[in-house]
Ligand binder design. Structure first.
Ligand code: SF4
Ligand code: SF4
Length: 240
């Protein structure tokens, strides 16, 4: 018999929170654990929960989609309900949403989800760039940990490699109207200036991202794209 608890992930899958990675805190790099401001005493594991594709957006819409950040609000509600119904005997604390100290891409790389793309959005072979980190949860659970990946390794625990490494034509670079990747690195400044223009075609989307063929079956709908990019445009307007 397995020494591990079964992960009751199907209930999360049904809501579109369909990516789960489990880390034993003891196996995480020290700086990752040290970045957890309130400490980890009493907890054994860290869960990284994400969404891939359009299912989460559909669930958020069905739920009414109200609030300042309807995706975060839905995610927190769903995880609290999931924990109380599926894991009532386990303690937990939701670190994200709620803390800016969590390096989500670092956790994503450790999980094997994140590979760098030319436009700095994470990519993997299955979902392309059409996924995101939705929650980080500490728990005193005893799930089987996901197999970690060594820092700097080119392949993740699913045996995948960064799809950009095999992409000869790189259509994302040509699709960017700001030529933000033309020099071989990503120019945030060029992207920001372009997005802030009146009637910018990149106000509510990223043409480079849309041009990538990897995982295109999971590409967000126009409405989901507009929601995502309206948040980043607001941040740009406040900071630049
Ligand atoms: S178009 Fe090619 S280089 Fe650009 S993000 Fe997609 S796979 Fe990577
Ligand atoms: S948002 Fe527009 S300007 Fe910025 S990287 Fe994407 S395509 Fe280029």
């Amino acid at each position: 018999m397995s020494e591990f608890q079964p992960l009751p992930g199907a209930a999360l899958d049904r809501c579109g929170l369909n990516r789960h990675a489990i880390f034993d805190l003891a196996d995480l790099p020290d700086d990752v654990v040290d970045s957890i401001v309130d400490g980890t005493a009493g907890y054994r594991q860290l869960m990284l929960i994400g969404h891939g594709g359009r299912a989460l957006w559909e669930s958020v819409k069905k739920s009414g989609g109200a609030g300042a950040d309807p995706i975060d609000d839905f995610t927190v509600r769903t995880i609290r309900q999931w924990m109380s119904e599926s894991l009532p005997d386990n303690r937990y604390a939701i670190l994200y949403p709620g803390s800016d100290n969590i390096d989500l891409q670092r956790l994503g790389a450790l999980a094997g989800w994140h590979h760098a793309s030319p436009f700095m959005v994470g990519i993997d072979a299955e979902w392309g760039t059409w996924y995101a980190y939705r929650a980080v949860v500490l728990a005193d659970t005893h799930f089987a940990p996901s197999q970690a990946v060594a820092p700097g390794a080119s392949s993740c625990f699913h045996g995948r490699i960064n799809p950009c490494a095999a992409c000869q034509t790189r259509p994302c670079i040509a699709a960017c109207p700001a030529s933000a990747m033309a020099d071989g690195t990503f120019s945030l400044q060029k992207c920001v200036v372009w997005r802030k223009q009146a009637d910018s075609p990149c106000a509510f989307t990223c043409l480079a991202r849309v041009a990538c063929p990897v995982g295109s079956a999971h590409r967000y709908c126009t409405e989901q794209l507009a929601h995502t990019y309206s948040i980043s445009l607001q941040t740009i307007r406040e900071r630049y």
